[in-house]
Design a protein around this ligand. Structure first.
Ligand SMILES: NC(=O)c1ccc[n+]([C@@H]2O[C@H](COP(=O)([O-])OP(=O)(O)OC[C@H]3O[C@@H](n4cnc5c(N)ncnc54)[C@H](OP(=O)(O)O)[C@@H]3O)[C@@H](O)[C@H]2O)c1
Length: 297
């Protein structure tokens, strides 16, 4: 088992760890840790885990006292909520998806779908920072205004108005080198004919399919455009970019401090709002990251 991120920083002499992230070598080891290790070592509680890592917090009696005393609202000058969006999984997904999978080069033509959402708004802004021409799609005029007026995108398409293929053709006069795909279905159908030679489609998600049984997507009828333009399409998952985390944090914090990367959070209050928040992702309630706040602490 590998210890990925010990989180220390306590200044009391009784607490040596606040938390750490562990990476078990196998699913079996993960199960052992979850089912046995944690039960036997009652001082550790599982704060979060996925298939690949386990985030533990130390349940030391002094810990609560310590948290209350420091009253963290910021870490390294960044609000805690930023670590749930731009500086967390969301940001890393956008950063790695665009720069590693999309292999973005300065000055390229980029299209981002669900561009006013959490991942999309970060991907679109990183592409702008890299000097690209950036087109975003979103589901309302208000979101499109935010993309153009505040985030500085070159073009924004309200995909709920007009015909998406025609709107994209008009918005991308020089074609598309990198398509950061969050939506699938008609968005993919519209993007494929616009892809330039050796274009890359980084498939982050296909939210238009998630509510269908088996997440079956709408038919994609324009795939043949991949052939002569030698387009690459590659899916990815954020944990592929774990080795880039330090570089990602350094870049992102720098861009946020310089005012070059902005973020918004849509906050719903109370655990009873969790279903509304989840459903809201499919109806476009959120701009930026959707967060459910459980308490004021
Ligand atoms: N691969 C990974 O590791 C990874 C990690 C995180 C997220 N993801 C994927 O990234 C995508 C964005 O996730 P997120 O957490 O950042 O969510 P988000 O973009 O903040 O929220 C989802 C947005 O998608 C849009 N949308 C919903 N249904 C749509 C449809 N049928 N057609 C077009 N747009 C639709 C809505 O905005 P509009 O108002 O614009 O419609 C909604 O606000 C998702 O596909 C998610 O699965 C992948």
């Amino acid at each position: 088992m590998k210890v990925l991120r010990p989180v220390s920083g306590t200044n009391t002499d009784t607490v040596s760890f606040l938390g750490l992230t562990l990476q078990p070598r196998s699913l079996h080891e993960m199960n052992l840790l979850v089912e046995q290790g944690i039960r036997d070592h009652r001082n550790w509680i599982i704060a979060n885990h996925n298939l690949h890592s386990l985030y533990l917090l130390h349940r030391h009696p002094k810990l609560r006292e310590f948290y209350s005393a420091v009253q963290w609202t910021h870490i390294d000058g960044m609000p805690l909520v930023a670590y749930m969006s731009v500086l967390g999984l969301t940001g890393l997904t956008a950063y790695g998806g665009l720069l590693v999978i999309g292999a973005l080069k300065e000055g390229e033509q980029v299209f981002v779908s669900a561009a006013a959402g959490a991942v999309g708004s970060v991907a679109a802004q990183i592409a702008k920072i890299k000097g690209c021409y950036v087109i975003g799609s979103a589901g309302s005029d208000e979101k499109c205004r935010w993309l153009k007026d505040e985030l500085g995108l070159d073009a924004a398409i309200n995909y709920k108005q007009g015909e998406l293929r025609a709107s994209l053709k008009a918005a991308a006069p020089k074609g598309i080198d990198v398509y950061f795909e969050n939506v699938g279905g008609e968005h993919l159908n519209a993007a494929l004919p616009r892809m330039n030679a050796l274009g890359r489609i980084a498939v982050c998600g296909m939210i238009s399919a998630y509510n269908n049984f088996g997440a079956v997507s709408e038919p994609v009828t324009t795939l043949s455009n991949m052939i002569y333009n030698r387009v690459t399409m590659r899916g990815f998952v954020f944990y592929e970019f774990e080795s880039k985390r330090a570089e990602f944090l350094k870049d992102m914090k720098g861009w946020i401090r310089q005012g070059r990367l902005k973020y918004r959070t849509t906050i719903l209050h109370g655990i009873e709002q969790a279903p509304t928040a989840l459903i809201g992702l499919f109806t476009g309630v959120n701009t930026g990251k959707m967060v459910v706040q459980l308490s004021q602490d």
